[in-house]
Design a protein around this ligand. Structure first.
Ligand SMILES: [Fe+2]
Length: 277
């Protein structure tokens, strides 16, 4: 048994994990909006993975997450003791901001994912990462969805940004425009930072749900938030980001990213890309 196995009590046999992950994912495949989200009977080992990661994240959040994110996470109150049932998280979000959750079997194609955001639905997986690698996940899992996105969606202003991104994707028709909107989504909603007196702090779901990236993000090339600057920057979702963008405040994020999503169309994005060449 290696040290990670000792921590979580979960087997490192990946095929066992994969079967369990697929079993939970299969429940989402039959879900129809309006149904009660399937309740998952999580094992003690799965709850232990949540506890281990959520506790470590919470420690880091106090000094590395943006105060606006901390307030939102407090509103959601997902807890560190064990994996919450998604329906309970969904009910709480619905009361707080009107956002709803629907179970997902894995990564949802960006157009469908964003189209749902425009309708106030967020696709969320229910399985948890392999206990053999508790601080790393190759795909979004319930920890990322609830602690990262769920927390943000508990705040009206962040939730509105998700909606605007969704509406923007629905509005445009070209692949190029969709890809650029997706890039702005990545550098804000997934990996965004907000300035604070002590230095930039994270609100982006990928960073606040990653123990490793919380430790690393301050070493990235952190630039002032500017949509045009993103044209030249590429990103790779499979590793920590080399370049990040920090907004001066949540109001600045709304002015820059929110305004972009609220007003962009195929023509304006084409012009933006051409002007940046
Ligand atoms: Fe995400």
């Amino acid at each position: 048994m290696d040290s990670q196995e000792q921590l979580t009590g979960v087997s490192v046999d990946n095929s066992v994990y994969q079967r369990r992950r697929d079993e939970i994912a299969a429940l989402a495949a039959n879900y129809v909006r309006g149904d009660v989200i399937p309740e998952i009977e999580y094992t003690d080992a799965e709850h232990a993975v949540w506890r281990l990661v959520a506790e470590r994240l919470q420690e880091r959040h106090h000094s590395l997450a943006a105060p606006e994110f901390l307030d939102a996470a407090e509103q959601l109150d997902a807890g560190v003791e064990g994996i919450p049932q998604l329906q309970q998280v969904a009910d709480r979000l619905d009361r707080l901001t009107g956002f709803r959750l629907q179970p997902a079997a894995g990564v949802v194609p960006f157009h469908r994912f964003c189209g749902s955001l425009a309708d106030g639905y967020f696709h969320s997986t229910q399985y948890i990462r392999d206990g053999a690698t508790p601080f790393y996940s190759t795909e979004p899992d319930v920890l990322h969805e609830v602690i990262g996105h769920g927390s943000a969606l508990a705040d009206r202003r962040f939730a509105q940004l998700y909606r605007l991104a969704g509406e923007a994707v629905r509005r445009v028709e070209t692949e190029t425009a969709q890809q650029f909107i997706s890039k702005v989504f990545w550098f804000t909603i997934e990996c965004g930072l907000l300035d604070a007196p002590e230095g930039p702090r994270a609100y982006g779901a990928s960073i606040v749900s990653s123990y490793g990236e919380l430790d690393q993000f301050r070493s990235a090339d952190i630039r002032p938030l500017a949509i045009a600057d993103m044209v030249h920057v590429s990103y790779d979702i499979t590793r920590y980001q080399d370049t990040l963008y920090s907004a001066r405040s949540l109001a600045h994020l709304e002015d820059v990213a929110g305004e972009f999503w609220a007003s962009c169309d195929d023509v304006s994005i084409e012009r933006l890309l051409a002007a940046a060449k």
